[in-house]
Design a protein around this ligand. Structure first.
Ligand code: SF4
Ligand code: SF4
Length: 319
């Protein structure tokens, strides 16, 4: 068998996933021996027309990271789908929409206003905004347009596999690449991770299931590093998050924020975490419970940090 042809692409994301593909260390040599990169704009000088000229299904696998935010993201996703036998949503943005997906809580006007005029470091008194079409002496220039909602990759094309994480841990990336290189692929639609159970199952911090009177943000308390963070009132998402990363954040004293997505069978990760928290509150008084919940800062960003576009909510109803 000849070498595999692999494409990598970065749509609307921070770029961390592209770097994460290199974090597998010396195993990259095994990948290089088994696969040729035929498209990777962040690292090599490929143009879209190079892909357009390829025959359909001529790429063996595409690792697509980033959410779908713009007409360019959508165009390239559809083009790579047609050219690729296997499409992998790599990382949380492609899998669930992730941080870019939180923009679904705001109107496009307010996003533009925030980014181009009202941040403390912006000086734009004339309120100059980027235009989709601009006339220049050489002709008309066109920029990609933004959609009003951010979407996950499988909300616009058929996706074969999902690799979770923001970004995926090297061992998770290797699990996916090893499956590709060996041809030993799981069932279509699988989420590739070392676990389908909750992160708490692999977290070594002892969990007593303590009830709490108050929830804290990490900077508000000095946590005991030998005990479960949720037992100490820190909003650790491990109970509602798929395992596989090795529970790295809790072991470093930081609560899990949920980047590996929901556990197997759960549709809405935020709701799952909310339900779990409900059973932890140390009160039967309705007013006190409401007060404890009200003190949680940024509830949308806490419960739906990675998954708003694929949640039951998907976006704010009116903005
Ligand atoms: S620290 Fe977090 S991941 Fe670890 S057991 Fe507690 S809730 Fe679960
Ligand atoms: S502990 Fe949670 S937030 Fe940290 S890498 Fe693992 S899944 Fe992601």
């Amino acid at each position: 068998m000849g070498k595999l042809k692999v494409a990598l692409y970065w749509a609307s994301s921070c770029g961390g996933c592209d770097i994460a593909t290199l974090a597998i260390g010396e195993k990259i040599l095994d990948v290089a021996a088994a696969a040729d990169i035929v498209f990777w704009p962040v690292a090599m000088d490929f143009k879209y027309k190079d892909v357009e000229q390829m025959a359909d299904q001529s790429i063996d696998a595409c690792l697509f990271n980033g959410a779908i935010r713009s007409t360019e993201d959508e165009h390239v996703a559809k083009m790579l789908r047609a050219k690729s036998k296997i499409m992998i949503a790599y990382g949380s943005c492609a899998y669930e929409g992730c941080i870019p997906g939180l923009a679904n809580l705001f109107s496009m006007d307010s996003v533009f206003d925030r980014v181009y005029t009202s941040t403390p470091s912006t000086n734009n008194e004339q309120k100059v905004y980027p235009q989709a079409n601009v006339q220049v002496p050489e002709g008309e220039l066109e920029l990609p347009r933004l959609f009003s909602s951010v979407r996950a990759l499988n909300q616009i094309i058929d996706v074969d596999y999902f690799v979770p994480g923001c970004p995926p841990e090297p061992k998770t990336t290797w699990l996916a690449l090893e499956a590709l290189v060996s041809g030993n692929l799981p069932e279509k639609g699988s989420i590739i991770s070392h676990s389908s159970k909750a992160l708490c199952d692999e977290c070594p911090l002892p969990k007593e299931g303590k009830k709490v009177k108050k929830f804290f943000r990490p900077h508000q308390i000095i946590a005991d590093p030998t005990r479960c963070l949720l037992d100490q009132g820190l909003l650790c998402y491990g109970v509602a998050t798929r395992g596989g990363c090795g529970a790295m954040c809790p072991q470093a004293g930081m609560p899990c924020t949920g980047c590996y997505g929901p556990v197997e069978g759960v549709v809405d990760q935020g709701l799952h975490f909310l339900t779990a928290l409900g059973s932890l509150i140390d009160s039967t008084d309705t007013e006190e419970i409401a007060q404890i919940i009200d003190e949680i800062a940024d509830p949308a960003g806490t419960f739906y940090r990675y998954s708003l576009p694929v949640s039951l909510l998907r976006r704010a109803k009116t903005i």
